[in-house]
Design a protein around this ligand. Sequence first.
Ligand SMILES: C[S@@+](CC[C@H](N)C(=O)[O-])C[C@H]1O[C@@H](n2cnc3c(N)ncnc32)[C@H](O)[C@@H]1O
Length: 307
Amino acid sequence: MSVSYHKPVLLDRVLELLRVDDCRVVVDCTVGDGGFSKAFLTRVPEIQIYGFDLDPEAMERAKQRLAAWSDRFHGFLGNFKDVDELIPPEVVGHVDAVVADLGVSFLQLSEANKGFMFSENGPLSMKMGPAIERDAFTVINESTERELADIFFHFGEERQSRRIARAVVKQRQSAPVETTTDLAEIVRNVSRKDHVVKTLARIFQALRIYVNDELTSLDHFLPRAISILRPGGRLAVLSYHSLEDRRVKRFIHAQEHPCTCPPQLPVCICGKKPTCKNITKLVRPDADEIKRNKSARSARLRVVEKC
Ligand SMILES: C[S@@+](CC[C@H](N)C(=O)[O-])C[C@H]1O[C@@H](n2cnc3c(N)ncnc32)[C@H](O)[C@@H]1O
């Protein structure tokens, strides 16, 4: 039976901007269905890839798909926030390229038992893997109204956050909110009719980000990714919503301009040097790619080079 794997987003640009043809050691922090890893392995005969994912099913799928390169693809379960500890110590500081393709894959979204989609009935899980401690059921049924409103607002940028939190708390007084359909129903009942789909998307996104602690993982990951690169090595980060992209952008800016001297000083005396430099403006998929691959819709790619 043929499997329809996740279609990698901005693949050609990633290959080009990471200068993959010159790479020998690459870290794929979000292997997913192995789309990027497969492209690297096919293109560069000597390349060694260290790959990670939180999801054991995704890693299993990727390992099967990449079985022909099992001597060069080293796949492990793990959270990319610990990337510097997940790769072999002798590789730290010698990595040519790191890629992180954030979020979830097309296949994960379509697996109802993961509970990521409001359009598929499933349990309120949203855990990317067993290492994630809490699930969306616990968050929805045990958080206070204030906590829920904050989650919806901070991680979904949802303006009706308080109204929706109130409705969730009211509903769960009679019975726990068990499934994605239960939650979607509550959200639908209090949303403006012309905004229902956007509101549902924001609430489900907020819960997923909170459950998996996605923004904290990203903050931990970025400096560690730079630390494992060799000088001249490159990091590519693909994000899919503005909360992630804003963090990546701010991180890059802080690394490029670390000097803390007062602006009136003629020369720097703090001694803080840039750790990396931007090598391209923000890259977005073109209309043609978005037409061919729905997963590309909101993608934003940033690439930096270690100094
Ligand atoms: C967009 S998909 C990657 C798709 C992949 N590039 C491909 O071409 O098939 C994102 C993957 O990252 C994984 N993931 C998300 N957050 C993670 C984290 N903190 N650590 C490790 N893997 C993570 C998800 O489980 C998912 O499989």
